[in-house]
Design a protein around this ligand. Sequence first.
Ligand code: DIR
Ligand code: MN
Ligand code: MN
Ligand code: MN
Length: 306
Amino acid sequence: DNLGVVAVGFSGGQAKQGVDAAPSALIESGLLRQLREELNYKLHGDDTVHSYADLAPADDAPYRNMKNPKHVSAVTQRLCEQVYAQAREGRMVLTLGGDHSIAIGTVAGTAKAIRERLGREIAVIWVDAHADINTPESSDSGNIHGMPVSFVTGLTKEDNPDYFGWLKEDHMLSLKKLVYIGLRDVDPGEKKILRGERHQGVQHGIGRVMEMALAHIGSDTPIHLSFDVDALDPMWAPSTGTPVRGGLTLREGDYICECVHQTGSLVAVDLVEVNPSLAPEIDTGAHETVRAGCSLVRCALGESLL
Ligand code: DIR
Ligand code: MN
Ligand code: MN
Ligand code: MN
């Protein structure tokens, strides 16, 4: 099978350095080699890890409360084009982040390509401790990695192309086509936005959660899986910018990815927020988190026990 790979070492959607080193750490630990040799993918796209420092404007003052707004807008616009180019060829697209702001670009690129190629709207499965649906105005932090869902669902509107105004209708999906798994740290403003929407915790057991998630999406709908590694419990993924206790086990995370793979409808996967420089015990914590990330991606791309 063909797989488009986009590696984006970008950290400007939040304040902590180090998340930019994740793609290289994942690749060095053998992820792409495994996809090639063990899962038999033919990889496309360039294998340089882009940091997009060249897209940083000289002046990037906050705008509507957003931090680094022009830089994140420019990077996600570029990413959207990269993902679109791969998805337009009918390839599954794997994006290795980077912080979760990059999903503005990846989801936008997938949505547009699938619309053009299949005439369909995508569904998004957002696996995360956080809802990432703040609007610039509802956000306390001003960090854009807490806002991507609000941009790709059209909840946040902006006309200026330097500040995400490049996002058009064909880059978006309706909130009805979004499913969350793993949420446990939702801001007050986000609760207001999500009030009335249905959502599932893991209190039903992960098997039932996946049944409900996939039933909600409906069979035959193209799926974009956006996996924030902080959905996992810090026991399995300590090296991440905003760890939250009480998360998924690695096995639950892998199971989510396996189920999504088995639908046969997966068109794109993001793995984000691995930050190898953050961990209580730096050598083991970072190593474990990178290993967990690799495992999630392999499961999403078809690795199974049997
Ligand atoms: C918080 C944290 N809700 C914010 N979000 C995080 O800044 O908007 N997302 N950490 O992954
Ligand atoms: Mn996130
Ligand atoms: Mn998160
Ligand atoms: Mn398969």
